[in-house]
Design a protein around this ligand. Structure first.
Ligand code: APR
Length: 312
């Protein structure tokens, strides 16, 4: 059986491991600094597999040798937000965690594709890429699929359509510069801005942007994990099955959309070996300017990380 490693056995990581194991797509290694937590969750997930009809094995622990032979590594280790925090507030604490985790995982699974989930997402994806020094196609962040799924849910409910009939497009950062695009979000082929009045469209975009914070404030401790884990597992599947799946992911741009050297969410074609190419949508001037503003914000924080890496 093929193998996937999930680092971080907290809420997001254990749910990703569960989804992959229950689908029977791959064996799963679940690694956490709290080895017993990972072992306990691995056992618990395993004991549901007879009912799921899956023969995947799930091994938990703190040892990165568990990751050997993995084709995909999903990184969820780190701290989640608490009410009142922005994702960017997590940068200092999570940078330490991500650097250690990615160094160890990349050494154990040097041929893998890395999918980052730890926030702040675009910045942690950049850090993972810097730490590995790998080809840019093998390191990416999961965010656009989640933000899009949030928009699809809200739009379907507003329009009265089946959620699967909504094709959402949300680019930019997984943060304050998130860019939901109503012109490129369609319901059964019809753009959202032709289905709803501008005020309603604006409201849906705003609620999408605040979708994570809304859940954080309701949960009181920790952040969302059902939808994030579904999206991470979907990306793992696209890689393992070499689907050429069109998905928005945070990737390193090299001239696409006129931007270079910055990680941010853009549509990519995802399959074996990572993302294969960026798809460039015909954005208008206003949309392009918003993307550039997003690049400026993320780029500033990437520079902070460069400084931190140089000092440490
Ligand atoms: N190595 C391995 N695991 C670690 C390390 C480390 N250095 N540091 C922390 N962890 C583990 C913790 O032990 C914990 O089990 O990461 C796990 C995080 O789990 P939760 O606190 O439940 O957080 P979760 O909700 O899963 O979110 C994790 O994903 O969506 C993002 O913003 C979210 O950055 C956060 C991450």
């Amino acid at each position: 059986m093929r193998k996937v490693t999930v680092v971080g056995a907290g809420m997001v990581g254990s749910t990703v491991a569960m989804r992959i194991a229950e689908s029977g797509l791959a064996d799963v290694a679940l690694i956490d600094i709290q080895g017993d937590l990972a072992r306990g969750k691995a056992l618990d997930i395993s004991q549901a597999l007879p009912l799921a009809g899956s023969s995947s094995s799930v091994e938990g622990g703190e040892d990165y040798r568990l990751a050997e032979g993995s084709e995909v590594v999903v990184v969820t280790a780190g701290f989640p937000r608490q009410p009142g925090m922005s994702r960017a507030d997590l940068m200092g604490r999570n940078a330490e965690v991500v650097r250690k985790v990615v160094e160890s995982a990349a050494a154990a699974a040097p041929e893998s594709v890395i999918i980052m989930v730890t926030n702040p997402l675009d910045e942690m994806s950049y850090l993972a890429w810097r730490v590995t020094g790998w080809d840019r196609h093998r390191v990416m962040g999961m965010a656009g699929l989640l933000d899009g799924s949030r928009l699809a849910f809200l739009a379907a409910r507003e329009v009265g359509a089946h959620p699967a009939q909504v094709q959402p497009t949300v680019l930019g950062s997984h943060g304050e510069a998130m860019l939901p695009l109503p012109r490129f979000t369609t319901v059964a082929g019809v753009p959202l801005d032709q289905l709803l009045p501008p005020r309603k469209v604006q409201e849906l975009c705003e609620r999408t942007r605040e979708g994570g914070a809304e859940i954080v404030s309701l949960l009181k401790t920790g952040s969302a994990y059902y939808a994030p884990s579904a999206c991470a597992a979907r990306m793992v599947e696209a890689v393992l099955r070499d689907e050429e799946y069109l998905v928005t992911a945070s990737v390193l741009l090299d001239g696409e959309y006129g931007l270079k050297g910055v990680f941010m969410g853009v549509p990519v074609v995802l399959g074996a070996g990572g993302w294969k190419r960026v798809v460039e949508l015909p954005l208008n001037g206003e949309e392009l300017r918003a993307l550039e503003e997003c690049a400026r914000l993320i780029g500033g924080r990437m520079e902070e990380l460069d400084g931190w890496l140089a000092r440490s």
